[in-house]
Design a protein around this ligand. Structure first.
Ligand code: HEM
Ligand SMILES: *[C@@H]1O[C@H](CO)[C@@H](O)[C@H](O)[C@H]1NC(C)=O
Ligand SMILES: *[C@@H]1O[C@H](CO)[C@@H](O)[C@H](O)[C@H]1NC(C)=O
Ligand SMILES: *[C@@H]1O[C@H](CO)[C@@H](O)[C@H](O)[C@H]1NC(C)=O
Length: 209
């Protein structure tokens, strides 16, 4: 019966991921609103290229938009805190920062060079109510797990992702290697990457740099 319950929840969560066209950058993103309080959510958007060869690693574009009361928000690409690429983002003055992390244990994640980000100028900013960061990531959608097995997320289907939210802010917001305090909320969902396929992926990255 456990399986039935898990299946029902997963099926319900899939429907919450939708395709969204972002007129500002021109990307079509698969979007999920991760609730961290009643009526408040951090939006996680992912764009992937078309024609990704089977079993090949591929770049993605991640966009995170959060109300300014969010101290930091993070995405875990393997759907859990430990041993997978973590994208952690926060506000920095009128802009926002994204940091590449990896947690070998349930404590402050270390910086991670296996994923490299190119921040896209268009789509990275803070306005009166939200901070938002948009970045190309090389190394977010594939990684080696603890047993050395190569994991490649499905560019045309559903992947289990997780997020974390903290109200408190990083100690040095201008630095992508800043430390930050532990989260107050975590959760996971099934994210359908097929909602965010872009045939002009490389051209859009270049245009928004
Ligand atoms: C200062 C940094 C952090 C500390 C000290 C920390 C600590 C912890 C601890 C102790 C747990 C276990 C809670 C339990 O068992 O109930 C946990 C769970 C979790 N954390 Fe973190 N964490 C940190 C940063 C992050 C970041 C940056 C992310 C994601 C980007 C993240 C994602 C998660 C998730 C999804 C869980 C749920 C259980 C799991 O997947 O292992 N954490 N964290
Ligand atoms: C992709 O990887 C799977 C699992 O390792 C393997 O069985 C399959 O043959 C691979 N496909 C190609 C086209 O290499
Ligand atoms: C911080 O930014 C620099 C310059 O873009 C980059 O080389 C480095 O990998 C980043 N570090 C983290 C932890 O994101
Ligand atoms: C502020 O940014 C958020 C997130 O990008 C956006 O949804 C909202 O429309 C913006 N507000 C204004 C007034 O531009």
């Amino acid at each position: 019966m456990r399986w039935n319950l898990a299946f029902t929840i997963a099926a319900a969560l899939v429907t919450l991921v939708s395709a969204v066209f972002d007129a500002e950058t021109g990307f079509t993103f698969s979007q999920y609103n991760a609730a961290y309080a009643i009526g408040k959510s951090i939006t996680f958007r992912i764009a992937v290229p078309a024609n990704v060869p089977e079993n090949a690693s591929y770049d993605s574009v991640i966009q995170i938009a959060a109300p300014t009361d969010v101290g930091w928000g993070g995405l875990a690409w393997g759907g859990k805190m430990i041993n997978n690429p973590l994208s952690v983002a926060w506000q920095n003055a009128q802009s926002a920062v994204i940091s590449s992390r990896w947690a070998p244990s349930h404590s402050t994640p270390q910086t991670y060079t296996g994923a490299q980000y190119t921040v896209l100028r268009t789509g990275t900013r803070t306005n009166g109510t939200y901070w938002q960061v948009t970045a190309k990531c090389s190394g977010c959608t594939s990684f080696n797990d603890v047993s050395g097995r190569r994991v490649i997320l499905n560019s045309r289907g559903s992947n289990r992702l997780a997020f974390a939210y903290s109200r408190a802010r990083p100690s040095q917001p201008s630095s992508n290697s800043s430390s930050f305090p532990v989260h107050e909320v975590t959760n996971y969902w099934a994210h359908d990457f097929s909602q965010g396929v872009n045939s002009n992926f490389d051209a859009l990255v270049t245009k928004n740099m």
